[in-house]
Design a protein around this ligand. Sequence first.
Ligand SMILES: Nc1nc2c(ncn2[C@@H]2O[C@H](COP(=O)(O)OP(=O)(O)OP(=O)(O)O)[C@@H](O)[C@H]2O)c(=O)[nH]1
Ligand SMILES: [Mg+2]
Length: 364
Amino acid sequence: MRERLFIDCLSVHAKAGRGGDGSPSFRREAHVEFGGPDGGDGGRGGNVVLRGSRHVDTLLGIFYSPRLFAQNGEAGRGQRMHGRDGDDLVVDVPCGTTVTDETTGEVCFDVVDDGQEVVIARGGRGGLGNVHWKSSTNQAPTQFTPGQDGEEFRYRLELKVIADVGLVGFPNAGKSSLLAAISDARPKIGSYPFTTLNPSIGVVNYDDYSSIRVADVPGIIDGASEGIGLGIDFLRHISRSRVLVFVIDAAGIDGREPKDDYKALRRELAAYDPSLLERPSLLVANKVDEAVAEDNVVRLERAARRKAIRVCTIDGTGLDELKERLKKLLKPVPDGAAASGRRAGQDHSEVSAGKLANASFLSL
Ligand SMILES: Nc1nc2c(ncn2[C@@H]2O[C@H](COP(=O)(O)OP(=O)(O)OP(=O)(O)O)[C@@H](O)[C@H]2O)c(=O)[nH]1
Ligand SMILES: [Mg+2]
C-alpha cells in the first residue's frame, strides 16, 4: 500500500477581503428634483478563518493551495444600497495546528478543538456612502470613503498531533504492533525498520466508556537528533502527549542491547526537548515471547532503575496491565463527560503535563 502524503508543516499567505467602497450616488428620478445623496456603504471584506476538524489529519489540502484569500466586499450603490459583505474563507485544519507569524516568529493561534474557529486575517471595513455627509449646510455631498484593505499575513502552520500518550522506540521495536493490539488503529506493521513514516493515532477504549488517544510515531535511532534515520523532527507530535511510553525490543532482534536502546532514546529525547524526560512515562519491554528476552529485561531494568512492563503483542501478555497503568496515569473521563473533559484536558495539556511531572516521576 502506498503511504499517503503527510504534510505537517507549511507556510501560507493569508489575505482577508478588502472592504467595498462607499458610494457617492445621488437620487435621480423623474419628477424628483434635488433628490439628494443616496450612496450606500460598502460591504465588509471576508475573514480568513481556520477551523479545527477531527475529520482532517494532515495539512495536505492547504499544501496544494497555500494562498488563503477571502472575498472582497462589494461597493455600496445608489438608493442607499449596502454592498454585499465578502464571504469568509473557512479552511478546515487538523486539531493540533499551531499558527506562527512568519515575520515575528510569534505563536499567534492554536487550533485545538473540533469546531474551534480562529480568524487569522480580518476583512477590511466597508467605506461610507455619501449619505453620511448629508446636512443642512451640505446638501449635495460628494464625499465617500474607500473600503479598507483586509489584513494580510504570512503564517507558518505546524501540526502537532494531540494524543494523551506517545510511543517512543527504535524502529522495529513493535510500536505499531502495540498500537494495533491495544487500540482501534490498524497501522502498517513490518519486520523492517521505518515501516511507520507518519504519525498515527489510535483510541484505546475502556469498559467504563472512557478512552485515551495513543500516538505512534516513526522510530528513533542513535544520532537521530543529528538527522540520522528520519531525524527527530516528528517528535513534535508527541511533545504534547501527557505520558510517554518507551517501547523496547527486549529480544534485541536487530542485534542491539535493549538497555542501550533505552539510554539512546532518552538521549535523543533530551536533545529534542529536555523537558520530555520529566514527563511521566512507562517502560515497556516488548517481544517477551522470545527466549532471550527475560535476561535482557533484567539488565534493562537494572540499567534503567525502574521496572518494565513485560509485553508480547502476539499473545497479548501485559497488554491489560499496560492499559491499566495508562488509565491510572491519565484518569480519562468516561464518555458523555468526555467531550468537555477532553477539551479541558487539552486546553491545559501543558499544565497537566507539568503537574503530573511534578507530582512524581513515575516509579514503576
Ligand atoms: N516475537 C515478537 N515479534 C513482535 C512482537 N511485536 C511485534 N513484533 C514484530 O516486530 C516487527 C516490527 O513491528 P512494528 O510494529 O512494525 O515495529 P515498529 O516499532 O512500529 O517499527 P517502525 O514502524 O519501523 O518504527 C514486526 O515483524 C512484528 O511482527 C512481539 O511481541 N513478539
Ligand atoms: Mg511502526
